[in-house]
Design a protein around this ligand. Structure first.
Ligand code: FPP
Length: 246
């Protein structure tokens, strides 16, 4: 009979990882390339990291693809970013389907061009049956704006008599956010050395573990993802409770 060997239990993967993909511009500048080249390389990294997250057993991956503040960039850069998003949604759906990845988009779609909205709706519909990983793209997303939209919808529900003010709990409020039915992120990674939240998942990230990496997004690799997860596994999550029992 074989001796029983103690097996180290691998920590279970976080259910939800969110990423602020920062540093595309600096990556391009360091190489004497146009900013668009940084964004293009960044989109290629997205393909790899989505599959890596799926392989690791992560259930939700939220990526900050375009913030509500990004409209302040030169129109050519906005066009480049929207073009890359469209290309990604057009070209990657088959591969995402092969890998069981569902696409969901959060953010205010009303300002997006009709063709972008149509591609988003198409990608969401074509991947809706996939269960291995849900990739959530934040497009024209801002945390404060999301909260204001929820407050407006709740006010309408109260005015219409569908909801009483006393019934508004945190769970009810969260059900009016774009992230309805998505667990709050366990881990948020921001690349490029910046240490800000930049209006990302403002409601959802109150107990999220934050990991800031110096790596620029176009250089981000599976090894960087594993390093961030390793840091996460060493954190003690207390959700406001004390670390002593009894
Ligand atoms: C921040 O880098 C990055 C963005 C504003 C956009 C992120 C977009 C992508 C990674 C590519 C498209 C995404 C998908 C999902 C296909 P920055 O331009 O602010 O960099 P900088 O701070 O160095 O200037």
């Amino acid at each position: 009979m074989q001796p029983t060997v103690p097996v180290a239990l691998a920590p279970s993967a976080p259910a939800h990882v969110a990423i602020i993909m920062d540093g595309n511009g600096r990556w391009a500048k360091a190489r004497g390339l146009p900013r668009a080249a940084g964004h293009q390389r960044g989109a290629e990294v997205v393909r790899d990291i989505v599959i890596a997250c799926r392989d690791l057993g992560i259930s939700y991956l939220t990526l900050y693809a375009f913030s509500s503040e990004n409209w302040k960039r030169p129109v050519t850069e906005v066009d480049d970013l929207m073009g890359l998003l469209c290309l990604y949604l057009e070209k990657e759906v088959a591969e995402l389907n092969r890998n069981g990845v569902r696409v969901r988009v959060i953010g205010d779609r009303s300002r997006l061009a009709g063709n972008v909205r149509a591609l988003i709706a198409d990608a969401e519909a074509r991947t809706s049956g996939n269960r291995a990983l849900t990739m959530i793209l934040a497009v024209n997303y801002g945390g404060r704006s999301e909260i204001v939209h929820a407050a407006r919808a709740i006010a309408e529900a109260v005015r219409a008599g569908r909801l009483a003010p006393a019934e508004i709990t945190e769970d009810i409020f969260a059900s009016y956010l774009d992230t309805v039915d998505v667990p709050d992120p366990d881990l948020l990674i921001r690349t490029s050395g910046e240490r800000r939240m930049s209006n990302f998942l403002s409601w959802q990230s109150v107990y999220t573990e934050l990991v800031f990496l110096d790596t620029l997004w176009p250089d981000f690799s599976r090894e960087n993802l594993l390093a961030a997860l390793d840091e996460y596994y060493h954190r003690e999550r207390r959700y406001g409770a004390s670390s002593f029992s009894g």
